[in-house]
Design a protein around this ligand. Structure first.
Ligand code: NAP
Length: 264
């Protein structure tokens, strides 16, 4: 039986992935900050909940010990994340630190703990949920974009480092997904109109958003594929914007995006 450790499994993409992998017969170790509060993953034989706040080294150490005592791991999935929105000057330092602790330093610490295990095993997959914001930056999203872009950089570098050990490293890159991602927002009157214009670009049709379960299918494909594909882009918004940026080039893409954002 294959085993996956998922962070942020209490809701959204992490929870949907836990359910999907369990249905496919995998052994799932579902990491969450408050396992006692979760009801959805209770009483499923091949799902084992553990307390894992990725900002706490003690929890990471315990998760590692748990995994080692229960037969090891095939896939490590860094999924937990939070976001913050607002003009750069308006976001308090604590909120900035919180996003970087959760979206970047936590996954780094978790991977550092498990890399020697995977190198020794000479197989396995290390996944991370990045974001469209990790590849294209939008206004009022600089902190989240900064953390996710840094995570992309870490994953891309790790891809090469793990190649000689036959360990695959991959990123899942969703555009907007229909979840309740925690997003502290710091609005100002001056950016209401551009923010509204931006929403129309990122959310052209709310009903066409991928669900967390759609992302979970892609996560499963990434975990089980024999290929070394690095990026798995999810959803039409992400696919279209990334294709547009690639075909136009950054300079032209940014000019057309700015025009749409600042139109009256
Ligand atoms: N939704 C989107 O539009 C979208 C788009 C692109 C990328 N993403 C990325 O997808 C990932 C999953 O987000 P989601 O959309 O599924 O939202 P979500 O439902 O809010 O899931 C985020 C999960 O992360 C957990 N978490 C937050 N801080 C944590 C910490 N310190 N330690 C461990 N777990 C922590 C949350 O747990 P609690 O229940 O304890 O808060 C929650 O289970 C995130 O990395 C997010 O950045 C989302």
């Amino acid at each position: 039986m294959n085993t996956i450790l998922i962070t942020g499994a209490s809701s959204g993409i992490g929870q949907a992935s836990a359910l999907y992998f369990a249905k496919e017969g995998w052994n799932v170790i579902a990491g969450m900050r408050h396992p006692q509060e979760d009801r959805k993953l209770n009483d499923i034989e091949n799902i084992h909940k553990i307390k894992l706040d990725i900002t706490q080294q003690e929890d990471i150490d315990h998760a590692y010990d748990y995994v080692m005592e229960h037969g090891g791991l095939d896939v490590l999935y860094n999924n937990a994340g939070i976001s913050v929105k607002g003009g750069l000057e308006s976001i308090p330092s604590e909120a900035i630190h919180s996003v970087f602790e959760t979206d970047l330093f936590g996954p780094i610490a978790l991977m550092q703990k498990f890399i020697p295990y995977f190198k020794n095993k000479e197989s396995g997959v290390i996944l991370a949920t990045s974001s469209l914001s990790g590849l294209i930056s939008f206004p009022y999203d600089g902190i989240y974009a900064g953390a996710k872009r840094a995570l992309e950089g870490v994953m891309e570098s790790l891809y090469y480092e793990m190649l000689p050990y036959h360990v695959k490293v991959k990123t899942i890159v969703p555009g907007p997904v229909n979840t309740s991602l925690k997003m502290q927002t710091y609005t100002s009157q001056t950016n209401l109109k551009p923010a509204k214009n931006l929403s129309k670009i990122l959310i052209p049709d709310f009903n066409a958003f991928p669900e967390a379960s759609d992302v979970a299918k892609v996560v499963y494909e990434a975990a089980t594929s024999e290929t070394n594909q690095f990026e798995y882009i999810v959803g039409s918004v992400a696919n279209e914007l990334l294709a547009q940026r690639q075909s136009e080039g950054l300079e032209s893409f940014k000019d057309s995006l700015a025009e749409k954002i600042y139109k009256q």
